[in-house]
Design a protein around this ligand. Sequence first.
Ligand SMILES: NC(=O)c1ccc[n+]([C@@H]2O[C@H](COP(=O)([O-])OP(=O)(O)OC[C@H]3O[C@@H](n4cnc5c(N)ncnc54)[C@H](OP(=O)(O)O)[C@@H]3O)[C@@H](O)[C@H]2O)c1
Length: 419
Amino acid sequence: MKSKSGKRIGIFGFGCVGQGLHDVLQDNPHLNVARICVRDREKLRTLPSHHFTYDPQELLQDESIDLFAELISDPEEALLIVRQALSAGKTIVSANKKMISENLSELVALQQEFGGTLLYEAAVCGSIPILRTLEAYYGNEPLQEVSGILNGSSNYILTKLDAEGISYDEALAQAQALGFAEADPTLDVGGYDALHKISLIAAHAFGAVIKPEQVVRAGIQHISRRDVALAQALGGRIRLVATAKLNQNNRLALQVLPTLVFPDSELYYVEAEFNGVQLQARYAGDQFLKGRGAGSHPTGSAVWADVSAALAGYKYTYPKFRYNDEEQLKPVALEEEDELKVYVRTTMPEFLPELPWRELTVFGTERRETQLVGTISRKDFLLYLPALKQTIAFIAQIPAHVSAEQVVNASYLKLEEVA
Ligand SMILES: NC(=O)c1ccc[n+]([C@@H]2O[C@H](COP(=O)([O-])OP(=O)(O)OC[C@H]3O[C@@H](n4cnc5c(N)ncnc54)[C@H](OP(=O)(O)O)[C@@H]3O)[C@@H](O)[C@H]2O)c1
């Protein structure tokens, strides 16, 4: 039955985000929750059982529902739900960055063909309104760079390593106990989650639909106290930074890398589970947004904002997308030739691949591991990164102004403390 008092929403998922949205909606008397679709019939719920269904079709085919919120943890099922809703010209909001980033072209095409709407602010940095900012405010202004700390779990771990001198495993266990990291943390600490988010940012900020293999990606899972101490001796901190940057040749450079940041960067001060995004716009200059990138209520708030906007008729326009005469999306040229300066520490130096370094300084070989600072073209790094990762290496980008000599000196300075 269609409610007389307001709009009706069907919710998929009643976990961290679904419950957060449900709480937040209690403040909105104009929106009635029709039903909530979940998977596990045995699970104890905070609401009576008549609120739930276990069949997605009960929601998707209910004509009395005005819009849907897709907040489940299963990307394959999420895609089926969003696809069906958009194919029927319906409105749906989602928080699933993996599903959306991997299927963006199709999901945009479905909206164009059937007139439906998909919004997904909650998928990128939780409560930070980055997509709406890129769409509505920077829709016309050329952007030079959007980069940031986009994954709260890995930032929590890195903050703990930095502040408390504990091991990676201890920090991860703390993050899991507090609910900041999943039981399987691979998506977060491996940099995949940040990759999904920077892909969505690249679409809205630069009109680029990118494939995962086009992005230089390394995670934090092999970081040791030695790496943290080295960063501190240099006066910096290691943060997992995702970057989409338009170089002067108009080519887009994309990466997700542990990165040495210094106190002159806003990212240095983004701590624990917080996220931070910096924008460089041609005319507006630099801006920085910081906030809660995850969590039940912050993410529920972002979903609510999308729901309200969608009900008011808001759609993404993808203002930076460019089309050819056949109305096909023009690809954005990707950077391959610029140079990356990286620090690598591996405990399996015997398996280090022969990379085409432009400059290379090797040190730390007196221990049962090897450290190096090298510069390499982005194209070569992308090519050899899988082989480098096989050596269980910790890889971090260091700014061009930090010399290999400074890194070597800093490593000996802190050696005693972490030996
Ligand atoms: N957690 C965050 O802070 C956060 C932030 C931003 C974005 N997100 C995204 O939001 C989405 C939900 O995350 P979450 O943290 O809320 O997950 P969660 O706490 O694990 O909850 C997942 C919910 O999805 C339901 N579900 C899973 N597979 C289903 C299926 N096949 N059919 C129907 N329901 C299904 C589960 O049902 P049962 O209750 O029956 O198990 C559960 O209610 C994910 O895409 C995540 O990436 C999360």
